[in-house]
Design a protein around this ligand. Structure first.
Ligand code: MIC
Ligand code: SF4
Length: 642
């Protein structure tokens, strides 16, 4: 029976379990990646393991999220990250060097390796044939200690690509098509593997765009084979020796196959407020646009910007549009500098932004009231841009560039001045903003400014949980709803302060009410609909509620990374046995769960709603090793034997 790429790589990394879809397995992690917003907590947690040095093959720490530096907090974080990296043997990529996923692709990803990153878009590296998985910071800290990563062996959906893209249609449209088919929920414990004759027509940066937004479907990772295009990309970066061919066998088996004929694909757009809300550009062509932003880890490669430059050459941006470009890395910035694209952008009236996440996470460039913003990024959740009333549409760089000229949404189909874009034989390579650690860094002083807090302490599970349904939320609550980023991002290293903003956009009184209840010795419950915790990997969406005394999330369903984060910090992830029960429980109801320990063992809990005088059955959503950590009040307690 032929093997697919996914199982070939998993087989070589399997530590425990068997490779059967749906079964728990653990795998060896070769490489790790952190970014500053999740990294400070990850390294504080790594430090608490009291190891001299990281033990995996390669650990890289990026600074790309919090680079706005209003107040001392961000810089304190960067200094901590810089010095802890030198002390613990971690490679450090300075602020300004670029977005983690773009730089990792250019400098570090190696076909056939595994990567665990504390960012949900870590699967971008599937474009270079890595099994790359997003996780919470604590899981990444443990991978740096060479502790295998536990996951559910994914089923593999083969996405067969045939035909070839027409001018103006791009990789972004392929992944938007995948999102149209699979949506943003219900794809847990699944991997997307791309195959078929059109794979060879796609370059590595295009493949990376596609793998990047697989995260929006909620799959564990996405992957492309390693072939001649992979070699070409590695060679052009002076990394040809890292190449290894990895292809699926001719008769490879997939759990399901979905085919996309690229020849008939048209430009697509994700409408507000979900990346799964797909329409053709044609259907809403003519919509007036106020802001257009090109960048983010999805679409900020050199190839993306070269296309934009070809479209904008000799043109100026519409006077009523605010237009900005954030090149994904210093490499991209230097390349567009050398080939004259930067000059085209400046003449066209573009604002050139730092090579960082910036606008994508609502850190700046918020649209105006009721503004319409066209972006090449991957998430358009309500309020993520920093403006609640704004409407964010996700498009390809081609659609963004053509629309910038007209000031309204326009389809780039057959409306671009090139038939294909030549990629360079050699990229500009300069690692001078990457700091490699000394052989023995134990004497490097770790700098901790006042913004650097401590990893949270959690307590062992109690026998009875009693308190209020402190909040009841709908379906598809994202981690941006639970733990806002944007202006609040700078408090990531200070749990007490950051906790003030839990559920800020839904109920700004939540944090205060939760602390009041906690002070009275009561426990807090969150009631949620389907797909709770979708979006980012930020473990603060579990750490901060835990700090506020939340002991259980009771939902219709919970997304993979968030479920793992809840277990890591001792919050029970519970699912309604009957989904209809969600409708009965009301916010403010008094709730009780007794016999917690034996219920944990059995995996079935009985929730008493004292206000309704009714009981509901709940299922525990946790593996056997997660049960153990829940018992101890979290993963760190479990590891340290507390
Ligand atoms: C995001 O795109 O939401 C983020 C910001 O990159 C997050 C990580 C974070 O919250 O720090 C992610 O995708 O995991
Ligand atoms: Fe950064 Fe946006 Fe990518 Fe997250 S999705 S890593 S915020 S660019």
């Amino acid at each position: 029976m032929g093997e697919n790429v996914t199982y070939k790589i998993l087989k070589g990394h399997l530590v425990s379990g068997s490779l059967v879809a749906g079964e728990p397995i653990s795998i060896k992690i070769d490489q790790t990646l952190t970014q500053d917003a999740t990294g400070t907590m990850a390294y504080l947690q790594f430090e608490s393991l009291e190891l001299d040095k990281v033990k995996n093959e390669l650990a890289v720490s990026y600074v790309d999220h919090n680079t706005v530096q209003v107040g001392f907090e961000n810089f304190d974080d960067h200094e901590y990250l810089r010095t802890v990296a030198a002390n613990k043997g971690v490679v450090y990529s300075k602020a300004g060097n670029g977005i983690c996923h773009q730089v990792q692709l250019e400098r570090f990803a190696i076909p056939g390796k595994t990567l665990l990153g504390s960012d949900s878009h870590t699967p971008t590296q599937g474009g270079l044939c890595e099994i790359a998985i997003g996780a919470g910071g604590l899981d990444v800290a443990l991978a740096m200690a060479a502790i295998p990563f536990s996951l559910i062996c994914p089923k593999v959906i083969g996405i067969k690509l045939t035909g070839s893209l027409r001018p103006g249609v791009s990789a972004k449209d392929i992944i938007l098509k995948v999102l149209e088919k699979f949506g943003v929920k219900g794809n847990v414990n699944t991997a997307f593997e791309y195959f078929g004759p059109a794979v060879k027509t796609l370059s590595v940066p295009e493949r990376a765009t596609i793998c990047n937004m697989g995260a929006e479907c909620g799959v564990t990772f996405s992957i492309f084979p390693s072939d001649e295009r992979t070699k070409e990309f590695l060679d052009a970066h002076g990394r040809g020796t890292s190449f290894k061919e990895i292809r699926a066998d001719e008769d490879a088996i997939y759990d399901d196959v979905y085919e996309i004929d690229l020849s008939v694909l048209e430009p697509l757009v994700a409408l507000p407020h979900s990346p799964g809300n797909i329409s053709s550009v044609k259907a809403i062509e003519g919509m007036k646009v106020n802001q257009i932003l090109i960048g983010s880890c999805t679409n900020s490669s050199y190839m993306d910007l070269k296309k934009v430059a070809s479209i904008l050459k000799g043109k100026t941006v519409h006077p009523e549009v605010s237009f900005a470009i954030a090149p994904g890395s210093r490499e991209v910035l230097e390349m567009i500098c050398q080939d004259g694209s930067l000059d085209i952008f400046i003449k066209a009236g573009a604002r050139i932004l730092e090579s960082a996440c910036g606008f994508c996470i609502g850190n700046h460039q918020s649209p105006g009231t009721n503004g319409v913003s066209l972006r090449t990024s991957n998430r358009n959740f309500e309020g993520r841009s920093g403006t609640k009333s704004a409407k964010v549409y996700l498009v390809s760089p081609e659609t963004a560039a053509v629309s910038a000229i007209y000031g309204e949404l326009r389809s780039p189909l057959n409306n671009v001045p090139y038939s294909s874009i030549e990629l360079p034989k050699k990229y500009y390579v300069d690692d001078s903003m990457i700091i490699f650690p000394p052989e023995d860094g134990r004497n490097v002083e770790i700098l901790r400014g006042p913004n650097i807090g401590e990893p949270p302490k959690t307590e062992a599970l109690k026998e009875t949980l009693k308190g209020k349904a402190l909040i009841k939320v709908q379906d598809k609550i994202t981690t941006d709803h639970i733990m806002p980023a944007g202006a609040r991002l700078k408090y990531r290293s200070n749990i007490a302060k950051y906790s003030e903003f839990v559920f800020e956009s839904i109920d700004p009184t939540f944090s205060e009410r939760a602390l009041d209840e906690k002070a009275q010795g009561r426990d807090n419950f969150i009631i949620a609909g389907a797909s709770y915790g979708q979006g980012s990997s930020r473990e603060h969406a579990a750490i901060c509620p835990a700090y506020l005394g939340v002991k259980a999330v009771i939902a219709k369903s919970i997304e993979r990374i968030h479920q793992a984060n809840l277990c890591n910090f001792g919050i029970l992830p519970l699912l309604f046995e009957r989904e209809e029960d969600y409708d009965e429980i009301q916010e403010g109801d008094d709730l009780e769960i007794s016999n917690v320990h034996s219920s944990l063992e059995k995996g079935i809990f009985i929730l008493k709603d004292l206000s309704l005088n009714k009981s509901f059955a709940l299922k525990l959503f946790a593996s056997s090793s997660q049960k153990e950590m829940l018992e101890k009040g979290g993963r760190l307690n479990q590891i340290k034997g507390l």
